[in-house]
Design a protein around this ligand. Structure first.
Ligand code: GDP
Ligand code: MG
Length: 600
């Protein structure tokens, strides 16, 4: 297939606007998957159980004389980096808008991401089968919004993944994205690493877009970030999305490559694969800036190295995650400091560690990246709350990350949206009403965004408002923030400390203590839980002693003769212990760590 007959496009949209359903339909139509088969795209456990896409998936299909590569992307804000990364490897994008919902906040932000990546867009209305669908109005709004270059509402595609309406028109429309320039297949090899994942048998499996030359099996290659290490290509092929082995991938192709790379930290997304030291390709996207950090620790009995290996392997498949060694903490030992783009991102990572790597890891409550300005003007990052200044320390200025938040709301719910945003916001930047919708722009402390803002906004506006966050935080002076400490039997547990606004801190401290009371298992001795600010105790709760002996139930020993049953019970108890962390002499499970995090 000539390079001029190869095209790669991604499908982008607000969450739930039908990207994965349309992608599945397209794959059915081209015969890649059988009709009625379960989703070929949302294949991760976490995607099936939550019904959302978290990973972009690449699939190549034959369309007449053409090789078309489709990338289904996630829609949730926390995975915006995945979308930007995908766009960097595409010739164009299809912007979907749910014909019953209309334009939402993420519609604007993914369209803006495409524009800044220089990726042309065509627009389509999805779910046109719904009785509430109004594709004509949505097409008009799309053209009026200036999101797409083509401002003829008649050329906005009308689709339904459910009935198949309009689906055959999608591929002919995206062929227009094909680059007309001359073939670059005779040039020296350059391929961009678009994505990577760890495979237990094969090591790193990279998804690459070949830009120049041809990538072949048995070829000697290097990753330009570490040119001294030569590797040999073991296998290449197309993704349909199932791997389809082929002997070579010429320029224009998107496919997979396996080169026996065991050290997974090497197969980095954005790197260039070449035969010799040539000019590297531009990555095409900015590295992700973590919006919050969580300290993670192996549970009792597990090894730090095993945990670190699992985290590295999963991080290979998630270019938005950052991983650093953390200095050992008195209460918790050695751990890692892992950076995420949001709470959902962190939670998905935690679930994937368990689902895909069988690693049960304890996550501490996440912390946004605060900074301190000392009186000699030095700036330090707050890596753990041990570094937080004392309550009466006036010498140190605290800086907090702030972000711009765009909210799109039907004007009839404007009051409710403002009431939700105003108490959290630092300031309002804009309020623009055009007809029935209003766009609100605020500067918010990032900590107040991750603290459940989108849920609260959805509740206040019955789901009509949508929110987009510009993920690159800036730093501004923070006022009135205090650290709340939690002590168990008199010992402060650094992993349970959190930061709150001064006016909120007393309530949050009390709630945290009360919540811990129900989440810390009873011990053979009394456990006293205290919440404190500085030396001042805000709340005190006691967990009475209780001897948890699994072999006695209601005072009676479980059937003396039944050894296997006894063994099973003991085994279960051991399993339960494995996921705990003993701090001082108190055992804490993941629930206890989350109990503090979830205090509202
Ligand atoms: P994504 O988040 O953009 O990938 O959206 P999904 O493809 O996962 O779809 C979100 C929801 O919309 C699912 O419940 C789908 O069944 C539903 N859906 C998707 N496409 C259509 C469609 O064409 N018609 C109708 N009625 N529902 C659809
Ligand atoms: Mg999806």
């Amino acid at each position: 297939i000539p390079q001029s007959r190869m095209v790669s496009f991604s499908i982008i949209a607000h969450v739930d606007h039908g990207k994965s359903s349309l992608s599945q339909r397209l794959l059915e139509l081209q015969g890649n998957v059988a009709t009625g088969e379960e989703s070929a795209l949302d294949t991760l456990e976490v995607e099936k159980s939550r019904g959302i896409t978290v990973k972009a998936v690449t699939a190549s299909m034959m369309y007449g004389e053409w090789l078309v590569n489709l990338v289904d992307t996630p829609g949730h804000v926390d995975f915006a980096h995945e979308v930007r990364r995908s766009l960097a490897a595409c010739d164009g994008a299809l912007l979907l808008v749910d014909a019953a919902q209309g334009i939402e906040a993420q519609t604007l932000s993914v369209a803006a991401a495409a524009r800044s990546a220089g990726v042309p867009l065509i627009a389509a209305c999805s779910k046109c089968d719904l009785v509430t669908a109004d594709p004509d109005a949505v097409a008009l709004a799309l053209c009026a919004s200036g999101l797409v270059e083509d401002d003829d509402p008649d050329r906005v595609l009308r689709l339904s993944a459910k009935t198949g309406l309009g689906v055959p028109e999608v591929l002919p429309a995206v062929l227009g994205f094909a680059k007309q320039e001359a073939s670059s297949r005779s040039l020296p090899l350059r391929a961009r690493v678009v994505d990577s994942r760890y495979d237990a048998k094969r090591g790193a499996v990279c998804v690459v877009r070949v830009v120049d030359g041809v990538l072949r099996e048995n070829q000697k290659i290097i990753f330009l970030s570490r040119p001294e290490e030569a590797l040999s290509v073991q296998e290449v092929g197309l993704l349909t999305p199932a791997p389809l082995r082929s002997s070579s991938l010429p320029a224009g192709c998107v496919g997979y490559a396996i080169c026996g790379l065991r050290d997974v930290r090497r197969a980095l997304v954005g790197d260039t694969v070449a035969e010799s030291a040539v000019e590297p390709l531009e990555a095409g996207f900015q590295p992700a800036i973590p919006a919050l950090y969580a300290s993670v620790f192996p549970p009792d009995g597990a090894l730090f190295d095993d945990m670190a290996r699992a985290v590295d392997r999963l991080a290979l498949n998630d270019a938005a995650v950052t991983v650093e060694r953390e200095p050992p903490r008195p209460s918790l030992g050695s751990g890692l400091r892992v950076g995420f783009l949001g709470v959902l991102h962190m939670d998905v990572f935690r679930q994937r560690l368990r689902d895909e790597f069988d690693a049960d890891v304890l996550f501490c409550a996440p912390l946004v990246p605060y900074r301190l300005v000392k009186n000699d003007a030095t700036v330090v990052d707050v890596k753990s709350l041990d570094d937080w200044p004392a309550v009466d320390d006036d010498e140190v200025e605290i800086l907090e990350p702030v972000v711009d938040v765009d909210v799109l709301v039907p004007t009839s719910f404007l009051g409710a949206a403002v009431q939700t945003l105003e108490p959290r916001a630092k300031r309002q930047l804009a309020l623009e009403t055009t007809g029935e919708t209003t766009v609100l722009k605020y500067v918010l402390p990032w900590a107040r965004v991750v603290d459940g803002l989108s849920e609260e906004l959805a509740n206040a506006t019955r789901g009509y408002a949508s929110l987009a966050v510009d993920h690159a935080p800036r730093f501004e002076t923070a006022r009135g923030l205090v650290k709340v400490d939690i002590a168990l039997n008199g010992t402060t547990v650094d992993a349970l400390s959190f930061v709150a606004a001064r006016d909120d801190a007393v309530k949050k401290g009390r709630d945290a203590a009360a919540s811990l009371k129900t989440h810390v298992p009873r011990h053979q001795f009394e456990v006293v839980v205290q919440a404190k600010i500085g030396g001042k105790v805000l709340a005190r709760d006691r967990i009475p002693p209780f001897r948890k002996d699994v072999l006695t139930k209601g005072g009676k020993t479980v059937g003396g003769g039944d050894v296997t049953r006894k063994k099973k019970l003991l085994e279960k108890q051991k399993q339960g212990k494995k996921r705990q962390k003993t701090i001082g002499n108190v055992a804490l499970s993941q629930d206890a760590f989350w109990a503090v995090l979830n205090v509202k």
